[in-house]
Write a protein that binds this ligand. Sequence first.
Ligand code: Q46
Ligand code: ZN
Ligand code: ZN
Length: 338
Amino acid sequence: MKCRKCGSEAVINMRQHKLALCEQHFLEWVPEQTQRFIEKYKMFTPDERILVAVSGGKDSLSLWDVLLRLGYKADGMYIGLGIDGGVDYSDQSHEMCTKFLENIKTTAEDQSPTSNTYSPTLHVVDIAKVYGETIPEVAGRTLRGRGKPCSVCGLVKRHVMNRVARDGGYDVLATGHNLDDEVAVLFGNALTWNAGYLVRQSPVLPADKPGLARKVKPFCRFYERETAAYALVRGIEYIYDECPFAEGSTSIAHKEILNQMEKDSPGTKLQFYLNFLRAREQGLFAEQATRVELNACDKCGQPTSAPGLCAFCRLWEKRHREAAPTLEIKETNVIATD
Ligand code: Q46
Ligand code: ZN
Ligand code: ZN
């Protein structure tokens, strides 16, 4: 297979785009496309400050890399969940993020002065250190976390991301969700016609309240194999293992079904997603959008649909009341910089 641009050996063939590219042209194509998506969905401008949520995986580290290559002021944020799962998952993923940052800094020193001169920071929030318990621990003592910690984990991650973005004065919070992730979520929500979720699924979500960051997904139109290929060709080291709790999840089962459909008919996923975005843009589910009313949580100030405390603060309330006064949440400590 030959590169469509220069005729040399291709490293990737993207059937859905009818496009094969060599190493050099693929490394150019990914940032070009990302920039196109950033502009198309009005995600952010070059003078805004971006916080990238990094997990140590291929998508988020590649996203951070691409944003820096495009000249954006992008910092990283890693949340230490305290998950071991027999593979030392959290420690290993933290290490990948630190390594990535070190590499970026070393490469930047060797580069010409015309490249991005921004010196990125990695914020690290260790949940157990800040709140007194790891994710599996807090999930284990709550109804919400019974069986699997994912619901608690999602809640905590959302809260901490908002917090770090707000306290750090970031305009935008970027996550590395790729097309396969987005399509699996869309598929799940369409199967149940969950209009409330469907209306909030978008490449860019405006801030819920003043002071909160906008949420964006600049990689939402890249297939997972494209982001994996980018990390590989670019030499980004990342954690291959999925979180041990991801195993057996519905979204993984949906991904398998969608992969089969994509294999039979390349481009299925992209069309499903783009047609959904178009329908959403045209006002499908718009009625649901206006119905969600948000209040500020009495304790942390973050938006919540229930009056009083938000779900995050309720999660810790009991433990902190029992352990008071020694275990008072010190949210001012949330930003720790490596
Ligand atoms: S990190 Fe957390 Fe995921 Fe692991 S515990 Fe579940 S939600 S699977 S993206
Ligand atoms: Zn080429
Ligand atoms: Zn709260």
